[in-house]
Ligand binder design. Structure first.
Ligand code: ADP
Ligand code: MG
Length: 207
């Protein structure tokens, strides 16, 4: 993380790199995500995100947007239109709303990204009606966003801790909630993929 300073600005190329790294991480971890979803869901989370992020990288390669906000908006649109599961509209909303928060600036600071991501995460909470502790992606995203206000590394560590902290929780939203107490003892797939996406962001920042 030595290359990242407080005055660094992150441009469209950085956001394209983030999503490329994220797509590779999803591809690499797809089986694990699907395995987690087979325990408390319908065993499609890895496949859902692989399809979604594959479409994201295709679209961004074909027609690369020139601002951070436009990169995230385009990626969000792809996720919404290609992922059938609950996670598609939720992640799509996260990226679109975050992109909207970045406006048309050619480059943004980490603090500006943290502020936009806070609004993006709030939009996910509103769309899905979930909050921290419900055993969803929000358990990783909310602490990650708070961590991002401090540093990239803090965001990654908080997301990882948040995903692990879903294990003892009973799911109150999404498919896993149908299992009631039987959802306890398993890590939430969406919180796990959120931690992957935040780790990819940190990796992009370190390059
Ligand atoms: P589906 O549940 O439709 O099969 P996925 O398997 O792709 O969709 O995604 C499941 C993940 O989506 C869950 O692990 C959880 O993190 C997240 N999720 C489901 N419902 C909600 C919700 N209402 N709010 C936030 N996240 C949710
Ligand atoms: Mg599923």
């Amino acid at each position: 993380m030595s290359g990242v300073s407080e005055v660094d600005e992150f441009d469209a190329a950085f956001f394209l790199r983030w999503l490329t790294i994220a797509a590779a991480a999803v591809e690499r971890e797809a089986d694990r995500l699907t395995e987690l979803d087979s325990a408390i869901g319908d065993a499609d989370h890895g496949a859902n995100l692989k399809r979604g992020f594959g479409a994201v990288t295709d679209a961004l390669e074909k027609d690369p947007p020139t601002t951070p906000g436009a990169v995230l908006a385009a990626a969000g649109r792809q996720l919404i239109s290609t992922v059938g599961g609950a996670s598609g509209p939720l992640y799509g909303t996260l990226l679109r709303r975050t992109g909207k928060g970045l406006g048309e600036a050619p480059a943004v600071t980490r603090q500006e990204l943290a502020a936009a991501l806070t609004a993006g995460v709030a939009a996910v909470a509103q769309l899905g009606g979930a909050q921290v502790g419900d055993k969803t992606m929000l358990d990783a995203l909310v602490p990650a966003t708070e961590g991002l206000g401090k540093s990239f590394a803090a965001a990654r560590d908080a997301a990882e801790r948040g995903a692990l902290a879903t294990v003892p929780l009973q799911a109150r939203k999404g498919r896993a909630s149908y299992l009631g107490e039987r959802s306890i003892g398993h890590q939430d797939p969406g919180a796990t993929s959120s931690a992957l996406l935040i780790a990819a962001l940190v990796e992009a920042a370190a390059e």
